[in-house]
Design a protein around this ligand. Sequence first.
Ligand SMILES: Nc1ncnc2c1ncn2[C@@H]1O[C@H](COP(=O)(O)OP(=O)(O)O)[C@@H](O)[C@H]1O
Ligand SMILES: [Mg+2]
Length: 303
Amino acid sequence: MIEAKSVSKFFPVVNDKGIAEGLTAVLNVSIRIPDGRIVSLLGPSGCGKSTFLEILAGLQAPTDGTIHIDGRLVLEPLPATRREQIAYRRRYRFISPLANGVFRDRPKHDIAMIFQDYAVFPWMTALQNVVFALNLRNAERRGAEKLKKRQVEEKALYYLQKTGIAASAHKYPSQLSGGMRQRLALARAISVEPKIILMDEPFAAVDALTREKLQDELLRLWEQTESGGIPITIIMVTHDVQEAVYLSDEVIVFSPSPGTIRNRIPVTVKRPRARTDAESLEIQDRILAMFQYDINQEADYSI
Ligand SMILES: Nc1ncnc2c1ncn2[C@@H]1O[C@H](COP(=O)(O)OP(=O)(O)O)[C@@H](O)[C@H]1O
Ligand SMILES: [Mg+2]
């Protein structure tokens, strides 16, 4: 269960007159996502989707509010007032405040993140990329749980097979197509068997046909992968309405300036779904009408 309570993020920025101004990237976002769901964060760019996702991942601290994953606090808000700052310094005297998550007993590999620009290491082959992720996880294991080198490689190959790129195991990312690189990122993410995968516009940079294939692949993996009997939770940022409706159990529509939740739309269409069945199309139209309304500030009844 992921629980975000009144999460806000302000960025201090300086305007062109040299005066400090604040930018509210995320304002008062509260959501509760039960295990095993696929949830999309949908909205035009600049509405705080990436910022919110990074806060969920613990890569950024919120300015306000809290995120709990399975009851554990992810990162606490950074101190704002002087008094808070003093208390905070006292508490985290020995390490950087940004690293305050270190103190928590949260298993680090509960969450895997996939970025839009295929964040795989270019100097490692596909196989080495996955082995690297597995080794990081392996280093935390103790005694008999620790995998042998051969087992790590077998496991890496197994996940490359699952994502359909085992034949390119010894190629470098630069030798792979965009779609294959994204498959590699996916293989690396699921290889550590996380409970949660966070994806930031994962398919935005590939062509439409490849994107549809990757979407289906993701659904197949989601249905297969069971960590403790429950499928993984996937939270995905996208600005593609069809993609959001096709994949998700729930679409959370964000609106910009300040970035906040505009609407939450449950998608109850049965799986396997068709991209263009009447029910999905109806939901897509409803979301598009909402965007239209935000742009025109009035309802467009032609839809
Ligand atoms: N580090 C930062 N400093 C200042 N402003 C930022 C920073 N990161 C993001 N922003 C601003 O916050 C807003 C939301 O950004 P982002 O979360 O990237 O939106 P999205 O992913 O929905 O496109 C944008 O207006 C962006 O310019
Ligand atoms: Mg973004």
